[in-house]
Ligand binder design. Structure first.
Ligand code: GLN
Ligand code: ZN
Length: 771
C-alpha cells in the first residue's frame, strides 16, 4: 500500500476578511507600525495553518504567505534589488520591498515600482524582477526560514515553498541597456539558493516545494534542460533535503521528460489543467519518486466530483510500486480561490452553496480524497454528500435553459458577418456620421468621483430611492456630455457613472450569474477582486443599457454618443466560469445576449457602439499549439456579438494593451470598424506590428497614458500623433486616450482632453494645407 500524504500547494494570504489588505494599507498610510504588521501577519499564518490541519491535511506549505507578491519575495530574498532601491534598502528593508512593489514618492524619494505582469494565465499579477549586467546575488531575506520555524514551533509538519531559480530568472527582465539575459546569471544565483536551502535544512526542513511553473510553457529544450539540470544537481547536494518539483496551470507535455530526469525526490502534476500528462508521467517518473497529484482545482470555485477524482487517485496508487508515496494535492496554489464559503451562507441560496467550494472547502476535499484512498468507509458519508451535490448541479433546472442552447446551436454563418465588407461600410458610415478627419473620442468612463461612489452606496443602502439615484445619474451624464461637446470632442460617451465595474454591471443584468459576498481573490498587492460566478446558461431578460444610451444621445442633438458594452471574452475571462461545458459555449451565450443589446441600441438610434475586449489577449492559452483554437472561438464570439447591425452603424472595440503581435491576425478578423488601443507606453511595439501585419480599418492608438494624473502637453501628443500618421492613413486615424478615465480626477481629465482636441484640430489644418 502506498503512503498517502495530503496537502495543498499554497493558501490565499489575505485572510477570511481581507485582514492582510487592511494591515498592509494601514502600514502604508502610517496607521499600522511595522511590528503590528508583522504580528498581524504572523497571526494570519497561524490561523491558516490551523485551518488546514483541522481538516486533517498531513503537511502545511510555508513561505506561500506574502506581504505583496511571491515573485517579489523571491527576488528580494536573493538580493535582486535594482539600483534605484538600494539606498532605501540600506535604511529599511521593508521600505525597499514595498517601493519595488508600488513605487515610493515623498519629499526625499521618488522611485517607480517594478513592472507588473500577469501570473501566467491567471488574474493575479506579479512584479517583474530586473536583472542588470553586474547583478550580485546575496541572501537578503530569510523570510521562508523564519516562517518554517514559526510553523514548527506551533507543532505543524511544514514544507517550505520557494520559487525555483529557473522560473525566477525566466520571469525576470534585463535592466534597460544591459546586454546579458537573466538566465545568463543562473550560475551566480545558485549559490545563494544553496545558502537558503542549507538554512532550511539546518532548521529541520525535510521536504522543500520548488515551484517551477515555467514548465507549463513552451520552452527551448536545449537551453532549459541545461539550466534545470545545473540548478537541481547542485540542490541535490544539500544534505537532508528532499525536493518536490511543481509546475501547474497546464500540462508538462514535452517538458515531462526534462522534469522526470532531474535529481529531485518528487514531481507534482496538475491533473486539472494537465490531465493529459497522467499516463506518460506514470511511465516516466522513476518508481522511487513521490508523485504529487493535483486533483482539486485551485483556480475555480466548483465542488470537485470526488468519486471521479478518487478513481484517478486509485489508478495512480495502483500504478506506483507498493510503498511509493503518493500525495493528494491541489492542482495549483489556492491563491486563486476565495478564502471560505462560510460567509456566503445566508447570502447565496442553499442549492448554489452546495455547488461551490472555496479554499477552505477545497482543503476538506483534499483531505477526504486522501482518507478515502486509505479507508473508504471512514469518509463514506462525505463522499455520498458530495455525490448528491454534484448531481444536484448536473440536474438543476436553473442551469440549463433549453431555449438558450437551441438558439446557439441553430446559428448559421450569417450571424458571424456584417452585411458588407469594411471598405463599403466605411463609405456609408462617413455619410451617416459626418465626422471630421482625425475624429476625437474617449474610451468610455469618466471620473468615478467621490460623489458618484457615495450616491451608489446610498442607493444600495436604501437611503437614496431608485428614482433619486437615477436622477443623480442623469444629471452627471448630462454634465459629462455637455462638457465633451464644448471641449470639441466628436464622438461622445455617457461616462459609465452607473457602473462599478465593466463586468459586474453586465453580470448583474444577465441571467446565469451569481455574486458572492466575500469571494475575494488577490489581483495584485493589496488589491482584490470579486469575480462574478457564471453558473448557468446566460441570457438577457431585458435591455441593459438602452435607456441610459437613449438619454445620453438626447443630451447631444448634434454629435453621436457611443453605446458602451463589454465583450463576451472579457466577461468570461473576469468571471469564475462553469466547468460543465466548454468556455467557448459559455462565451457564445454571452455573445448572443450582447448581440441582442447591440441590435436594441441600434434600434434606439445609437449610431456608434463600442464593445470592449480588454481581456482577449490575456485569455491566450499557455501553449502555442492551443492558440488557434482559442483565437478562432474568441473571434467568432466577438463577431456574433457585433454583426447584427446595419452597415451604417459603426462598431468600435477597445483593448488595453498594444503588444498584439501574436494575435494580430485575430484582431483583424474581429472586423470592427474602429479599434482604440493602448499606445502611449510602447509606441514602437504597436507601430512595428502595424508595419509588419498591415491594418486596413480605422484605429485610435492612445495619445496619452491615463494611469498617471500627469497632463500631457499639446506638443508631446502632437509628436506622437505625427509619428502615427507615418504608419496609418489619415482617413483611418482617430485621436483618443489609452483607456477609460474612471480612476482620474476631473481637473486633469479636462486639461488633457482639451489638449488632445487641439492636437486633432491642428493636425486637420496641417493635413488640409499639405493636400
Ligand atoms: N469602457 C471602459 C472604460 O472606459 C473600458 C475599460 C477597459 O478597457 N478596461 O472604463
Ligand atoms: Zn482599456
Amino acid at each position: 500500500m502506498s503512503v498517502i500524504k495530503s496537502t495543498i500547494l499554497g493558501f490565499p494570504r489575505m485572510g477570511s476578511d481581507r485582514q492582510l489588505k487592511k494591515l498592509v494599507e494601514g502600514f502604508w498610510s502610517g496607521k499600522v507600525s511595522e511590528a503590528e504588521l508583522a504580528e498581524g501577519s504572523k497571526n494570519l499564518r497561524a490561523e491558516h495553518w490551523a485551518l488546514q490541519t483541522s481538516y486533517g491535511l498531513t503537511e502545511v506549505p510555508v513561505g506561500d504567505f506574502s506581504y505583496y507578491d511571491h515573485v517579489l519575495d523571491a527576488a528580494y530574498a536573493v538580493g535582486i534589488i535594482p539600483e534605484r532601491y538600494q539606498e532605501l534598502n540600506k535604511d529599511s528593508g521593508i521600505q525597499a520591498y514595498f517601493a519595488m512593489g508600488r513605487g515610493l514618492q515623498n519629499k526625499n524619494v521618488d522611485v517607480r515600482s517594478l513592472e507588473m505582469k500577469k501570473w501566467f494565465d491567471t488574474n493575479y499579477h506579479f512584479m517583474v524582477p530586473e536583472i542588470a549586467d553586474n547583478q550580485q546575488f546575496t541572501l537578503n531575506s530569510t523570510k521562508v526560514v523564519n516562517e518554517f520555524k514559526e510553523a514548527t514551533a506551533l507543532g505543524y509538519t511544514a514544507r517550505p515553498v520557494i520559487l525555483g531559480p529557473v522560473t525566477l530568472l525566466a520571469l525576470s527582465k534585463a535592466t534597460k541597456g544591459s546586454t546579458s539575459k537573466p538566465l545568463d546569471h543562473l550560475s551566480a544565483l545558485i549559490p545563494v539558493y544553496i545558502e537558503l536551502l542549507q538554512q532550511l535544512a539546518a532548521a529541520g526542513a525535510e521536504w522543500v516545494q520548488v515551484d517551477e511553473p515555467i514548465l507549463s510553457l513552451d520552452l527551448d529544450a536545449a537551453v532549459y534542460t541545461v539550466a534545470f539540470s545545473q540548478a537541481y544537481t547542485e540542490f541535490a547536494k544539500v544534505d537532508g533535503l528532499k525536493y518536490l518539483l511543481t509546475s501547474y496551470f497546464d500540462r508538462l507535455g514535452d517538458n515531462l521528460r526534462l522534469a522526470a530526469a532531474l535529481p529531485v525526490h518528487g514531481i507534482h502534476l496538475d491533473l486539472v489543467r494537465g490531465a493529459s500528462d497522467l499516463d506518460a508521467a506514470l511511465a516516466a517518473i522513476p518508481a522511487d519518486k513521490v508523485v504529487s497529484i493535483g486533483l482539486i482545482n485551485g483556480r475555480n470555485i466548483w465542488k470537485a466530483n470526488l468519486e471521479q477524482q478518487l478513481a484517478v487517485l486509485n489508478k495512480v496508487i495502483s500504478a506506483r510500486a507498493s510503498g511509493a508515496a503518493v500525495w493528494v494535492n491541489s492542482s495549483c496554489s489556492l491563491l486563486h480561490s476565495p478564502h471560505s464559503l462560510k460567509p456566503e451562507a445566508g447570502h447565496l441560496d442553499e442549492e448554489t452553496l452546495g455547488w461551490l467550494s472555496f479554499a477552505e472547502e477545497k482543503i476538506e476535499e483534499v483531505a477526504i480524497l486522501a482518507a478515502a484512498a486509505a479507508d473508504r468507509s471512514s469518509v463514506e458519508r462525505q463522499l455520498q454528500s458530495n455525490t448528491a451535490k454534484v448531481l444536484s448541479r448536473q440536474q438543476s433546472e436553473r442551469i440549463t435553459r433549453p431555449e438558450v442552447q437551441k438558439r446557439l446551436a441553430a446559428l448559421d454563418e450569417t450571424f458571424y458577418s456584417r452585411q458588407a465588407p469594411f471598405t463599403e461600410r466605411q463609405q456609408v458610415q462617413r455619410v451617416a456620421l459626418n465626422l471630421p478627419l482625425f475624429p476625437t473620442t474617449t474610451i468610455g468612463s469618466f471620473p468615478q468621483t467621490a460623489e458618484v461612489r457615495k450616491a451608489r452606496a446610498q442607493f444600495r443602502k436604501g437611503s437614496l430611492t431608485k428614482a433619486e439615484y437615477e436622477e443623480f445619474l442623469d444629471i452627471e451624464t448630462r454634465k459629462c456630455i455637455e462638457w465633451q461637446d464644448e471641449a470639441g470632442l466628436d464622438v461622445l460617451v455617457h461616462g459609465e457613472f452607473e457602473r462599478t465595474d465593466m463586468v459586474e454591471f453586465f453580470g448583474e443584468n444577465l441571467e446565469g450569474f451569481v455574486f458572492t459576498k466575500k469571494g475575494w481573490v488577490q489581483s495584485y498587492g493589496s488589491r482584490c477582486v470579486k469575480p462574478p460566478v457564471i453558473f448557468g446558461d446566460v441570457s438577457r431578460p431585458k435591455p441593459m443599457t438602452v435607456d441610459v444610451a437613449r438619454f445620453a444621445q438626447s443630451c447631444s442633438p448634434n454629435k453621436p454618443v457611443k453605446g458602451m458594452l463589454t465583450g463576451p471574452v472579457t466577461i468570461l475571462q473576469w468571471s469564475f466560469v462553469r466547468d460543465d461545458q466548454p468556455r467557448s459555449q459559455t462565451a457564445g451565450q454571452i455573445a448572443l445576449a450582447i448581440r441582442d443589446e447591440v441590435v436594441d441600441l441600434e434600434a434606439a438610434g445609437i449610431k456608434v457602439i463600442q464593445v470592449d475586449e480588454p481581456a482577449i489577449r490575456e485569455g491566450l492559452p499557455l501553449r502555442k499549439t492551443d492558440y488557434d483554437a482559442y483565437l478562432k472561438w474568441s473571434v467568432d464570439v466577438f463577431r456574433l456579438a457585433t454583426t447584427g447591425v446595419r452597415n451604417e452603424t459603426q462598431i468600435h472595440t477597445h483593448f488595453c494593451y498594444s503588444d498584439f503581435n501574436e494575435i494580430f491576425t485575430a484582431i483583424k478578423s474581429l472586423d470592427a470598424d474602429v479599434i482604440t488601443i493602448e499606445n502611449s507606453k510602447s509606441d514602437l511595439k504597436l507601430l512595428g506590428a502595424l508595419e509588419v501585419h498591415g491594418y486596413a480599418a480605422e484605429i485610435g492608438p492612445g495619445l496619452y497614458d491615463i494611469h498617471s494624473p500627469r497632463v500631457p502637453s499639446v506638443e508631446e501628443m502632437a509628436a506622437r500623433f505625427a509619428a502615427l500618421q507615418k504608419y496609418i492613413p489619415a482617413e483611418n486615424l482617430w485621436a483618443n486616450p489609452d483607456c477609460g478615465l474612471k480612476t482620474r480626477g476631473w481637473p486633469e481629465v479636462k486639461e488633457s482632453l482639451i489638449n488632445l482636441v487641439t492636437v486633432a484640430v491642428n493636425a486637420r489644418k496641417t493635413h488640409a494645407a499639405a493636400n
